[in-house]
Design a protein around this ligand. Structure first.
Ligand code: ADP
Ligand code: ASP
Ligand code: MG
Length: 421
């Protein structure tokens, strides 16, 4: 007998029929003799709908109240999944994030898990019940308030519970058959990957492959949790995300996958005095506003003027706050102007084999040139190359790059459900 954590995403519990299907699947795992802890997301696109509702009421919802609103989505799922399991004759008990001991810091909207104390979950298991936990939510001890972990955060809830409970595996059920070489909604000929290292998955997630939430992959890597990403619509084997042990020989494909991210914008701080300390000043201001930046480029100082431009990318959602913080410090920093561009996209290629192979950039840039793409910014890590380009060129470029690296499959990938929202 083993302990399994199963996480079901929104598209897997989108309506009553799906909830019943999922309940049967959970019961099948019980019948097979496993202890089962289930983590659920809000049904379908409910989190987006609740966000739209908040936006219709106010431009600037209070973060505490927004978290109260959003966590309602997962509470609905946990209760109906528990009911559906009980109606099949098996014991099930639902728990909110705080009842399940998901303790976080106080950062509403993107709280980090600081402790997991799943006493009640263990009790339920000991009594033979399936424990159903609301994903995406936690509780801060000092404020006494409910928090959320950021979009896609149910993945992190599942991984954190799997680590705390010492689960044998953490299964992430979704609307595609696993992790593919590209988003199958964009690249029809994407191939399913059987096994991927957490290092590569981390880079893919950071590059916009939302099939797994980046913080969940980080957590799984740190706590050495093995993930199995698979479809809740069939019984096919999915993708194993594993943590190789030191010295383990790993097959390193040249390119594992490609990803796109359309959620970022670019800010250019123009006419910055080219003297020591200015970059420090700019990025301190941005950091103090709690803004996560991604790429940074500083231009060569224009001859004779002693001024330079610094551009960086950040989540669109944080654009207004960054502009406000920088505008406030304009005279302090002494820059000439600020420009904001939210029509950019990021395209990335990821592969551990890059470490020991040259020519990847040349191939990527050639494919982009042939797609008529003008590259705006470039950044690299040991196993990733990312470029910024115009947003309306991203999907076409992604398909061409996928083909150029020989990743196309003969068959079309199947997307079982969801709206891709
Ligand atoms: P869930 O509701 O189950 O959490 P998500 O919508 O968060 O599902 O994630 C699944 C979606 O991720 C897929 O439907 C797919 O469109 C998208 N996706 C993006 N990149 C990839 C990839 N490389 N492999 C598989 N799916 C991907
Ligand atoms: N329901 C939340 C979201 O849509 C969390 C999740 O699904 O993981 O972001
Ligand atoms: Mg998700």
């Amino acid at each position: 007998m083993s302990l399994i954590v199963q996480k079901f995403g929104g598209s897997s519990v989108a309506d009553a029929k799906s909830v019943k299907r999922v309940a049967q699947r959970i019961v099948d795992a019980r019948i097979a003799g496993h202890d089962v802890v289930v983590v659920v997301s809000a049904m379908g696109d409910m989190t987006d709908d609740l966000l739209d509702l908040a936006a219709a009421v106010t431009d600037n919802p209070e973060p505490r109240e927004l978290d109260m609103l959003l966590t309602a989505g997962e509470r609905i799922s946990m209760a109906v999944v528990a009911m559906a399991i009980r109606s099949l004759g098996y014991d099930a008990r639902s728990f909110t994030g705080s009842q399940a001991g998901m303790i976080t810091d106080a950062q509403h909207g993107s709280a980090r898990i600081v402790d997991v104390t799943p006493g009640r979950v263990k009790e339920a298991l000991a009594e033979g019940a399936v424990a159903i936990v609301a994903g995406f939510q936690g509780f801060n001890r000092s404020t006494g308030d409910i928090t959320t972990l950021g979009r896609g955060g149910s993945d992190t809830s599942a991984v954190a519970l799997a680590a705390a409970l010492g689960a044998d595996v953490c299964e992430i059920y979704t609307d595609v058959d696993g992790i593919f070489t590209a988003d199958p909604r964009v690249v029809a000929n994407a191939q399913k990957i059987d096994r991927i290292t957490s290092e590569e998955m981390l880079e893919l997630a950071a590059s916009g492959a939302k099939v797994l939430y980046i913080r969940a992959v980080e957590y799984a890597r740190r706590h050495r949790v093995t993930l199995h990403v698979r479809s809740s619509f069939n019984n096919n084997e999915g993708t194993i995300v594993y943590n190789p042990t030191e010295g383990q020989k790993v097959e390193e494909p040249l390119i594992t996958g490609v990803a796109a991210d359309l959620s970022e914008a670019k800010i250019t701080v123009a006419g910055v005095p080219d003297v020591p300390g200015k970059a420090a000043q700019i990025f301190t201001i941005v950091a103090e506003a709690n803004i996560n930046i991604d790429m940074i480029v500083q231009n060569v100082s224009s001859a004779g003027t002693g001024h330079t431009d610094i551009s960086f990318t950040l989540p669109k959602a944080e654009g207004a706050a960054a502009l406000a913080a920088l505008t406030k410090a304009e005279s302090d920093i002494g820059f000439a102007s600020l420009a904001y561009d939210d029509h950019i996209g990021k395209l990335s290629v990821v592969g551990a084999g890059m470490r020991s192979n040259s020519g990847i950039s040349a191939k990527l840039f050639t494919a982009l040139y042939e797609a008529g793409v003008n590259i705006d910014m470039i950044s690299t890590s040991e196993i990733r190359i990312s470029v910024i380009l115009r947003d309306d060129q991203v999907n076409d470029a992604l398909r061409r790059v996928h083909t150029a690296f020989g990743l196309d499959s003969q068959e079309e990938a199947v997307v079982h459900g969801g709206t891709g929202r």
